[in-house]
Design a protein around this ligand. Structure first.
Ligand code: N01
Length: 538
């Protein structure tokens, strides 16, 4: 039995950082293998993304039936989803149920942020430190820190003097916010802004939306699931999930396999209309050349432009809301309920920051383009330091005391998005260089957690002490990830996929675009070939 003294010090087989979908499943799997595991979670509850992001309208853009664990038939059968797209509260309830159902809480230490992890070459253990003074040693460290978990608030001049209330969508007060009778500003029109704006508009006296870049957004077509849909969701789950694991995105809606460039305008419109009617992320599968060919991509732009002009009564406002100048799909498309229609309301004003940039924040409002907009509250829907933010916020040191911050100074480098050369026995769940945010996160999380669990099981069975990515295999993987990204139009947009939203962040396309199915196959082959590309030290 491993030696465990207390939560403050001691030795575990594994430390897992984060108790969202990834960290909780990792804990469950490692415990099944008989490992002693300590999970550290900064929040005061489990749930990760779904614990923090409680803004009005927060809802997943993947359908509930697809956005759930597949590892337990009992769990599948005992949980009932109430809507096509799960709202934040329902997802958080599900994750709390998982924590109870699998007795996970006893190994999760909440309110504790991991500040550093150092690989000790002499003992070959990781030393993990937290802001609560814990000092734990562990054979394995698994970073389940989430891809979108470090919020960004731009440093506008005068922000500290603002007299009203400020909020960030990703750290919304648990008791909610009542905007009745208030003049509210929302800055940012990504997924979080687009979901929250319609609901804030319904409540606030006046809403001013500050938009830097318009986004492509598809109506969700959300609805309550009836008993038949719920039953079918359970009965067909295994078959659908099997299918999803082989697709490009890990979603269940089949790609049409058609090419926009080889379709007539009428055929194209019919396909786009059908995808628009289906709602949500189905749009990604409309045409196979849409994300790789400019001409094909332009047809998606045309379709969206027409839809926005149909929905928004004022043509000038519609034009401002129409995405231009970057490829469709270059920024993550959004899924909304009444977003564009909200700009037809009398109490909603759109400020186009390209024409009227924000100059400063005053005690009573926001000055943009020389005009002051008086507001009582500002909502920052300004996104995250994606994919690398949470990892680089910790002082992680591998061999020779080398810091991850230094190793990744020119951008993240991983082997398969699972491991980093020079950091033995450290694993990443949905790290940069894996499909991660360009996939159904649950499918990708389960694949990574299962792969890591199998690897650890093998290491232990074979008496292998350390597993470490080979630098050459890592170089080849990084080159492959870049090559695949560069064969698409996606890196051309100033998106968080390339870190463009964080000043000074190296511009690297971080998710792997080779597809969930082929990626899984590659990971399985690596494992089958005795962990090809990893150095195994006995
Ligand atoms: O963040 P974002 P998000 N001045 O980075 C603007 C997932 N998610 O929280 O595009 C003015 O997308 C910025 O403008 P620009 C999903 O993967 C999923 O909305 O940089 N504006 C942009 O409009 C999503 O993609 C769900 O020009 C500034 C906005 O702020 C990801 O999380 C729901 C600015 C940030 O948009 C992130 O979404 C929510 C500045 N200085 C989130 N700085 C669902 O499942 C930034 N902006 C549905």
């Amino acid at each position: 039995m491993p030696e465990i003294s207390s939560s403050r010090t001691g030795r575990y087989d594994a430390v897992v950082v984060g108790a969202g979908f990834g960290g909780m499943y990792m804990l469950h799997r490692l415990r099944e293998q008989g490992l002693s595991v300590r999970v550290f979670e900064a929040g005061s509850g489990v749930g990760g993304t779904w614990f923090w992001n409680r803004y009005p309208g927060a809802r997943c853009d993947v359908e509930s039936v697809d956005y759930q664990f597949s590892f337990s038939e009992e769990l599948l059968r005992e949980w009932t989803w109430t809507e096509r797209y799960p709202a934040q509260a329902e997802l958080l309830a599900y994750l709390n149920h998982v924590a109870d159902r699998f007795d996970l809480r006893r190994d999760i230490q909440l309110n504790t942020r991991v500040t550093g992890a150092t690989f000790d070459e002499d003992t070959q253990f990781w030393q993990v430190e937290t802001d609560g003074g814990d000092r734990i040693s562990a054979t394995y460290v698994v970073m389940a820190t989430g891809c979108l978990s470090v919020p960004r608030t731009p440093s506008f001049t005068g922000l500290q003097d603002f007299a009203g209330a400020t909020y960030h969508t990703s750290s919304w007060p648990h008791e909610g916010v009542d905007f009745t009778g208030k003049r509210v500003a929302v800055i940012g029109t990504g997924s979080s802004g687009i979901q929250s704006i319609p609901l804030i508009a319904e409540q606030a006296e006046q809403l001013t939306v500050f938009q830097r870049t318009p986004n492509h957004s598809v109506p969700a077509g959300n609805h309550a699931l009836d008993a038949d849909e719920q039953r079918e969701g359970v009965e067909r789950f295994a078959e659908k999930r099997r299918y999803a694991t082989g697709t490009f995105t890990g979603l269940t809606l089949p790609d049409t396999g058609l090419l926009a460039n080889e379709s007539t305008p009428e055929q194209r419109d019919a396909v786009y209309e059908e995808r628009w009617r289906q709602g949500g992320l189905a749009m990604y599968g409309a045409f196979a050349d849409m994300l790789v060919d400019e001409k094909a991509n332009a047809t998606a732009h045309e379709f969206f432009s027409a839809k926005i002009h149909e929905k928004v009564a004022d043509p000038e406002v519609a034009e401002k809301l129409t995405p231009r100048g970057y490829p469709f799909g270059g920024k993550r498309i959004c899924v909304d309920t009444n977003y564009f229609e909200t700009f037809n309301r009398d109490n909603v004003t759109l400020v186009d920051l390209h024409a009227e940039p924000i100059e400063r924040i005053t005690p009573g409002g926001i000055v943009a383009g020389g005009r002051e907009h008086a507001v009582d509250a500002v909502v920052f829907a300004t996104g995250f330091d994606a994919m690398t933010g949470a990892l680089l916020a910790m002082d992680i040191r591998g061999r020779d005391g080398r810091a991850l911050q230094e190793t990744w100074a020119a951008g993240p480098r991983t082997y398969l998005g699972l491991a980093v050369a020079g950091f033995p026995n450290m694993f990443l769940v949905t790290g940069p260089g894996s499909p991660s945010v360009f996939s159904n996160m649950i499918v990708s999380i389960e694949q990574h957690v299962d792969w890591i669990t199998d690897a650890i099981e093998r290491l232990r069975a074979d008496g292998v002490r350390l597993m470490e990515a080979d630098p050459k295999a890592e170089d080849a993987w990084v080159a492959h990830v870049n090559e695949v990204a560069d064969s698409t139009l996606l890196p051309r947009a100033n998106s968080w996929y390339v870190g463009a939203n964080v000043t000074g962040k190296p511009r690297i396309f971080m998710p792997y675009l080779g597809g969930v199915g082929p990626y899984r196959q590659r990971c399985d082959e690596v494992a089958a070939q005795n962990y090809d590309g990893f150095q195994l030290v006995g």
